[in-house]
Design a binder for this molecule. Sequence first.
Ligand SMILES: [Zn+2]
Length: 380
Amino acid sequence: MQTSWFAGPPAVGAARLAQKSQKAFQPERLRRMNGRERVLALLEGRPVDRLPLMPITMMFAADLIGVKYGQYVTDYRLLVEGQMRTAERFDADLVSAISDPAREAADLGAKVRFFEDQPPAFVESEALLADKSKLSRLKVPDPASTPRMLDRIRAVALFKEKMAGQRIIEGWIEGPCAYAANLRGINTLMLDFYDDPAFVNELLTFVTELGIAFARAQRDAGAELMGVGDAVSSLVGRAIFEEIIAPYHLKFVEALRSMGLKTRSHICGNTTKICKARASLGYDIIDIDSPVSLEHARAEMGPETIILGNIPTVKVMEQGTPEEVRAAAAACHRACGAKHMISAGCEVPRKTPHANMDALREYAYSLAVTGNEAPASGAH
Ligand SMILES: [Zn+2]
């Protein structure tokens, strides 16, 4: 809840907090930060006024401004408007260019179906690299010369023009395993891991170059944080993730960091068995989806990893009450401690009641009063 002392002079707030808490007074906590300052402060180990609120919204944002999702993913001006209005309405600390996993692959020539009001989808039966020999003829294009990647680059540039410095601007690329699956077909790729490791490595090398080029173009346009979505990694099993996929994530992280980007790893689904490996990759933020216990994630990832998530998207965000949303946010915070970002485990479903997004916002603001202390069990 946004409390009245935000409106008053800082000294009043300081006095009230000092009365409430026996802890040493930290003036940095009381100055209200904007979203960009808040995210960067947490990432750089500085005090924050409250934990960042970082929900992934896509179809929810399109619905909020009354446009079909098919328009949202093909017209950057609508994506930017949807993100900005969502962030303003619910005080999210980011705006994001995330939309669908098919931008890069479509620009390479993969067959993608578009829908009026749903995300684009790959035609799995007609994968671009159904014939492996085609890989040697694929080239990484200049992202600015392609339609779908350019649309995202323009979204990032428009975010920068409209609101640089206010909220963190997040670009988005796919992770190595996702790219490989998008080009080859997920089922075929699963067989390739066993049948043709040399081809898999060649493919992962190519997509790493692709992802880095797309990230650089978004960084040049104004992105400060780069999300790397690699949902397929939750399906390949621990051994394949650690031995085959992780080395390419390390290359991604090294390249993104050298560009000055902050990094975020998003792998939805059940990543229980790869928590430890994920923590070793060097991403600044690690998203944990709701099938994973946050207590387990924290134990595996150590105290310093910034964990984002993992309020259940459907059961709580879409179908729960505001009270249940606040309770779930508090439970995530308790499990993660101070190195935490408030969010659902994955995309906020489009039918999520606005009252439930308000509840997330209220939870975030309540922390500005309590000094970001996680509430005791049962209280929130
Ligand atoms: Zn996800």
